[in-house]
Ligand binder design. Structure first.
Ligand SMILES: [Zn+2]
Ligand SMILES: [Zn+2]
Length: 289
């Protein structure tokens, strides 16, 4: 066993780059999250935390609590999984913090039925469109500034590779630790505190600190295609992933600046009034037709 590079105690975490004891591994993860949070939010920012119960969002819950941020966790119940909902209720007791539970039926829609009806569409796209829309709508109506999500470094690289595979340039605008709120367009900001931490690091952090999270899988999710390749890069040289994440973030701001000229017109949905690339936004397309 290697010794911690910072204090010479026995290490619990080893990678090619370093070895860390429990205390210093925690410091390492908190440091990554703080780097993002300090840069883009302050302790008075009103943050809505998108909580699914999985390791990444619960990790954000834990870190935001520990660092003393003003945040409200929200769980969207799409009626997929009774066990997941029960877990959320337990988590609320454990963290002694209220978790807002929103149901898609409150929005007059039944996501499961829509997925069955549109069986040719990717269910994950339908679900994530609805999630994004409902969270933003709830946040706008309740005066939040930004939504925190649990997206991590591995997700970011996977998303980038998917965008390349699908020639989806506009998809690069979201691969960044932060998107500014756009009040005039009724769009909340977005923050990803775990943008610099890999999937494996977060999993290890959660296990090591005995933080409970929901381990069940979504019945519709088929896994990330590129994950095993990204894990290989992580084993060989984690810094490559970090460098890629910074490049993606720079690329995102370029897209953000030029998108209105070259990618899409700046329209508002004729049904609900939120920003849309066409006459009708993707949420209304999914739910109203
Ligand atoms: Zn140490
Ligand atoms: Zn709409």
């Amino acid at each position: 066993m290697k010794l911690c590079a910072k204090c010479q105690k026995n290490s619990v975490f080893e990678s090619k780059e370093t070895a860390l004891c429990k205390g210093h591994f925690n410091e390492y993860i908190f440091g990554k999250a703080s780097k993002v949070l300090k840069k883009y939010a302050d302790k008075k920012s009103k943050i809505l935390l998108a909580l699914s119960g999985g390791k990444d969002s619960v990790c954000c819950f834990y870190i935001l609590s520990r660092l003393g941020y003003d945040f409200t966790p929200v769980y969207l119940d799409f009626n997929f999984n009774e066990k997941n909902l029960r877990f959320i209720k337990k988590l609320s007791d454990k963290f002694k913090k209220e978790i807002i539970i929103l149901k898609s039926s409150d929005y007059g829609i039944e996501i499961k039925k829509i997925m069955d009806k549109k069986s040719g569409s990717n269910p994950c796209v339908i679900c994530s469109t609805a999630r994004r829309y409902i969270l933003n709508d709830y946040g706008v109506k309740n005066n939040f500034e930004m939504i925190s999500t649990g997206h991590n470094l591995t997700d970011a690289i996977n998303q980038a590779l998917n965008n390349m595979k699908n020639n989806f340039l506009l998809g690069f605008k979201n691969i960044t630790p932060f998107l500014k709120p756009q009040k005039e367009k009724k769009l909340l900001g977005r923050i990803k505190p775990l943008y610099l931490a890999t999937d494996n690091e977060i999993k290890f952090f959660m296990e090591m600190n005995d933080i409970p999270y929901f381990k069940g899988k979504c019945p519709y999710f088929k896994g990330f295609f590129f994950k095993k390749y990204i894990n290989d890069i992580e084993k060989k040289d984690k810094d490559i992933l970090i460098k890629m994440a910074y490049s993606l973030s720079n690329f995102s701001s370029v897209i953000e600046k030029t998108k209105n000229d070259i990618f899409i017109s700046d329209k508002l949905c004729k049904i609900c009034g939120y920003p849309s690339s066409g006459d009708t936004c993707s949420f209304c397309k999914i739910t109203k037709y």
